[in-house]
Design a binder for this molecule. Structure first.
Ligand SMILES: [Fe+2]
Length: 377
């Protein structure tokens, strides 16, 4: 990592124990400008007074928990990246930290090579996101009408890749990997909670897709479409809407537009038609009472019916509505009650079985006190 003195990023080390704090200082000093803080209060003061690129954050501080401080950092300084450093005993809370926006975590005693690699990777991600924030400010017209909207998104993607901000991409998505990387970064800088919702819906949808023995191409389309199903929310609310739920301030009639908006936003990326169909039709209902087209029964593409169930399940599990339970069985009961009306009845039981069987796998997805809410989309 050859970096000139003036180009060195600045890291804030937050740890109340002198041992780990000094070890981190010794390891990182050749590569970075450093500040240290022994408490959350001291860290907040440094963050308010200095330019900081990245924080290494101990889980246990004398005045607040690391996760609480993480939430404040993401609320007040969302461009600063955070890496959690934790003991084995608090691994679960470190995982919670990822949901609140931490870029990664390291277990104590940390491996020096892993530490440097994670910091380097996180700073590369920060450069991409900073570039994207700048590009998004230049493109406030992502709420335009077609064809302006598609043109605006195409220009944004072009500027992003021209700036060298592209990430290596996820090999699972083949020729679409760079588009996926770009859209992932867009979701992260516009609304992290929407990004988390997208990941959960993708997870649930692919479980059901695997059970139905879809072909490899169908599974890839389902994976992409499930992940992008609500991307139109960005187009509705505007790219810099921000840090909380995108739908909170949206008008109902605007909310109804997000499937169509999302499908149009994806046009410049030349994704498979099945992906666009999922985005366009994930709010159609089995009895024909959904939107935007009022499609009915098997007239709704199968993958869109799958994503409809997955996103309905996630809304019940984590949503802001009073019926949100956080209990898998109670959520499945609510899904079953809508079989044949909102949801395809032939898919509900397989989905319920899969979710019941793998409830233990939900711990990373389980509801937790959150800084923002999942919108009723
Ligand atoms: Fe939606």
């Amino acid at each position: 990592m050859m970096t000139s003195e003036t180009d060195k990023p600045t890291i804030l080390i937050v740890d109340d124990e002198p041992g780990p704090r000094n070890a981190l200082k010794m390891i990182l000093r050749p590569f970075f400008h450093l500040h240290t803080a022994e408490s959350a209060q001291a860290a907040v003061q440094v963050l308010n007074e200095r330019h900081i690129d990245l924080v290494t954050l101990d889980q246990k501080l004398p005045d607040r928990s690391g996760v609480e401080l993480l939430q404040e950092i993401k609320r007040e300084h969302d461009a600063i990246e955070v890496i959690i450093i934790t003991g084995y005993g608090s691994l679960k809370s470190a995982m919670d930290g990822l949901r609140f926006g931490a870029a990664g975590y390291l277990l104590k005693p940390f491996n020096v090579t892993e530490l440097i690699a994670l910091i380097k990777q996180t700073l590369a991600k920060k450069r991409r996101l900073d570039c994207l924030r700048h590009c998004l400010l230049l493109h406030s017209d992502t709420k335009g009408t077609p064809p302006d909207l598609a043109v605006a998104w195409g220009q944004l993607g072009y500027q992003y890749s021209e700036a060298g901000a592209g990430q290596p991409g996820d090999a699972r998505f083949g020729q679409y990997s760079h588009a996926v990387g770009f859209l992932s970064d867009v979701l992260e800088v516009t609304n992290r909670e929407l990004l988390n919702h997208s990941h959960r819906v993708q997870f649930y949808s692919t479980r059901l897709g695997d059970h139905l023995s879809l072909s490899g191409i169908e599974r890839m389309s389902l994976t992409l479409g499930a992940w992008l199903h609500d991307v139109g929310m960005i187009g509705i609310a505007g790219p810099m809407h921000g840090k909380t739920g995108l739908m909170e301030e949206g008008l109902p009639e605007d909310n109804d537009r997000h499937p169509d908006m999302g499908a149009r936003m994806l046009l410049p990326f030349d994704l498979p038609a099945e992906v666009t169909q999922i985005v366009a039709y994930h709010h159609e209902q089995f009895d024909g009472s959904g939107f935007p087209e009022g499609l009915q029964g098997e007239g709704i593409p199968l993958q869109a019916r799958i994503v409809s169930i997955a996103q309905g399940f996630d809304q019940i599990m984590t949503g802001p509505s009073p019926q949100a339970t956080g209990s898998v069985e109670a959520a499945l009961k609510q899904l079953r009650a809508q079989a044949g009306t909102r949801f395809d009845p032939s898919l509900i039981e397989p989905f319920a079985q899969i979710m019941s069987d793998s409830a233990a796998a939900f711990s990373p997805f389980a509801p937790a006190p959150r800084p923002a809410t999942i919108p009723e989309t």
